[in-house]
Structures are given as C-alpha cells and as structure tokens.
Design a protein around this ligand. Structure first.
Ligand code: CTP
Length: 373
C-alpha cells in the first residue's frame, strides 16, 4: 500500500502557504489492513482512518457516483484496485486534485499546478456537477485566494450557471450552506464570495433580496467595511442583510438558519438603519432615543449594542457618521444611571423601574441638548 498527501495540503504547500490540515489517500489497502496497522476507523459513509500517532486522516482511495439530488445520495466505491488518479478525478477543483507521495513525488493528472500558476479555479471533470455544494466552495476559494489573483475560469463559471439553472442549489440543506457562508464571511475577501455567487446565479436562489443592484452594492460596501474592522461573524452577517427592510431581513436570516446572535444582530441593524436616517440631528427626541436603546436591550446586551454601532457605522458610510452621534451619546449618558443609588433612596419594585427610566430619560435629554463636542 502507498499513502499520498492530497487536497488542500498539497495546494497550500505549492502556494507557499502554511499547511493546517494534512489529509492522506491510501491506495492498495483494505480496511482490515489499516486496522491491523493500528489505524482507527472514523466516519461510517466511507473508509477514513486516523493515524495511530499523528491522528491525521487517511482515506482509502474511492470513487463516487451520484444517485439522488443534492449533497446526499452518493454511492461510494472503495477497494484496493481504485487508483490514485481515479480518486483525484472525483474531486472539485484541479488545484485541489494533486497528490504528493511520501517520497515527495507530485501526481498532477489534471493540470492543478499549471492552474495554480495561472491563478485559475477550474473544475476537474463533469463530476463537479454531482455536488452542488461545490458551487459555494468554489466561490469561497475565489474569496480566499482573491489577494493572490485567482479567479473562476470561464468554463467552470459556465458549468456553475448550468447547475444553478437546473435547480441544484435548491437541494442543498441550509445547515451546509450556512457553514460555507460562515467560512466565506471570514475569508480574505468576503465580498468576492458574494460576487461569484451572484455571477453564477446562486445568490438569487439563496438570498434573492440581494438581487437588486442597490441592495447588493450596499451589502458589499458594508461588508467590506466590517471586514476591514475585523468584525465578528454576526457583524459581517448583519452587514450583509441590514439594507433590507426588517421583515425581509428577519425572514432571510431565519431561512438561512444563521445562529441566533447573527439573526438578532441582523434584525436590529435592519430595524435601526431607517430610524437613524430619520433622526432630527439638530434636536433629537430624547424619548425616541430611549426607546431605541430599550429596543436594543442596551443594558442587558452592551456588547451586542457596540456590535450594532459598528455595523450601523459601516452601513452609513464615512460621510454620515454624525447621524450616529445622538444614539451614542444617549447610550453613554443612560448607561451612567446606577439602580443601586436609586434603591438606596428607597425605590423598589415598579417605582424603581419607573425611577430608572425617568433618570435615563433626563440624562439623555441633557446630553443631546448640550452636546459636548
Ligand atoms: N473535496 C471535493 N468536493 C467537496 C469537498 C471536498 O472534491 N465537496 C475534496 C477536495 O479535493 C479538497 C479535499 O476534498 O481539497 C478536502 O476537503 P476540505 O478539507 O473541505 O478542503 P481543503 O481543500 O483541504 O481546504 P481547506 O483549506 O478549506 O481545509
């Protein structure tokens, strides 16, 4: 039997990047032989083993054939007679379909190295079509390698468009799509991910609200800004959806099965953006500002509130930062109210709640009527 380093590790090593995970393919072995050598079996769908010492993944060479729609429904054939080339043929992109033997020799039957040099993301074969998740993966690799100059080649883009037109993206389960979106939001150029998704038509299926030119460019500008500020996943996700109206934003975030913190921040940002636009900057209404802070649950969720301010700051753009000032100074002044002091004054129960609220209101009114700057 012979083991080969495959996939991302070979690609990243040739690109001179740090290699994180090392995956191996084993040719000419049976599960029994692997177990006899001390490997432990993981995964039930196909034979994958963990190395007894390194704990790296060793998969027996396999071929896959699609049976149904979507991500599931593959029939896997794994046996000692499956060759390395056959295993590489079932893979998504040529740059991911190279192998290196333990002696250091490169196997590259599909021109992965040439595509690395030409900075092209190219599908290995028509088998690309068998897994619609590959459309999203390709967009994600475009996002990751954008700074190196990689683009999706014309033939692969055409194939991706055909797959989308055939309804393949609709068969993907939201959980897998979310996993890819979440990773894409943290790649080197997240906006590139959404540009590729739009070019191939997948975005119109997954986030149709971003089909309009206005929403799309607003989303990308805001996302780029949050990315430059090294924002969290929730901030990046909210940046993407905050230009939508609150209802559309809420239902899309839910349909994508984003985690709760992402859904909540996106909803808040979409709800706040029009409110910020309507504020009378010369004479902000203290009562309205207090309501906004209450809606944002500032006192119980101060970190989320500061995330909200970051996203809103990006959505407003450099020329409109002044619009956030009333909300920021209202938050600063209202946060200064200390319930303990009011309790010491004898307030309790419902009266305490009312006293806190009127103290906050008074402080906000004072802060916005006499701005410090
Ligand atoms: N692969 C594939 N189709 C998929 C998923 C994976 O062809 N839908 C193949 C690719 O050859 C890929 C390898 O399996 O290189 C390992 O997949 P994964 O670990 O997801 O990706 P990497 O290429 O290793 O990239 P990353 O750096 O993101 O881990």
């Amino acid at each position: 039997m012979q083991a080969y380093l495959v996939g991302g590790a070979v690609r990243d090593e040739l690109l001179g990047l740090e290699v994180k995970d090392r995956d191996w393919v084993v040719v000419g072995a049976t599960p029994k032989q692997m177990l006899a050598q001390g490997f432990t079996q993981v995964g039930s769908d196909f034979p994958v083993f963990l190395h007894p010492k390194t704990r790296e993944e060793y998969a027996l060479a396999r071929t896959e054939r699609k049976q149904g729609h979507g991500y599931h429904g593959f029939s896997v054939y794994s046996a000692p007679d499956v060759t390395l080339e056959e295993d590489l043929l079932r893979r998504d992109l040529t740059i991911n379909a190279m192998a290196r033997s333990e002696q250091g020799e490169l196997t590259d039957p599909f021109g992965g190295r040439a595509d690395l040099e030409a900075r092209e993301l190219r599908h290995v074969s028509e088998a690309f079509k068998e897994d619609p998740l590959r459309i999203i993966r390709t967009a994600r690799f475009a996002a990751r390698f954008q700074p190196l100059g990689f683009t999706v080649c014309a033939e692969t883009m055409a194939l991706m468009r055909t797959m989308v037109a055939a309804g393949e993206v609709e068969h993907l389960v939201p959980e897998r799509v979310w996993q890819e979106i979440q990773r894409a939001l943290h790649e080197q150029s997240p906006v590139t991910f959404f540009q590729v998704m739009r070019d191939c038509g997948a975005l119109a299926v997954l986030i149709p609200e971003l089909s309009s030119e206005d929403n799309f460019s607003a989303a990308l500008e805001t996302l780029q800004c949050v990315h430059s500020a090294e924002g969290s996943t929730a901030e990046r996700f909210a940046a993407l959806l905050c230009a939508l109206d609150e209802r559309d934003c809420t239902s899309r975030a839910k349909a994508l099965k984003a985690p709760n913190d992402c859904q909540q921040l996106a909803r808040l940002a979409a709800a706040f953006l029009p409110e910020i636009g309507k504020l009378d900057l010369a004479q902000p209404d203290a009562g309205h500002l207090l309501e906004l802070l209450e809606n944002a649950d500032l006192w119980r969720r101060p970190e989320r509130f500061s995330s909200l301010l970051s996203v809103l700051g990006c959505a407003l753009g450099a020329g409109s930062q002044k619009r956030l000032e009333p909300l920021e100074s209202a938050a600063d002044s209202a946060q200064g109210v200390d319930p303990k002091t009011l309790m010491e004054k004898g307030f309790s129960g419902k009266e305490l709640g009312e006293a806190i609220r009127s103290e906050r209101l008074a402080r906000i009114a004072q802060a916005v009527s006499s701005p410090t700057s």
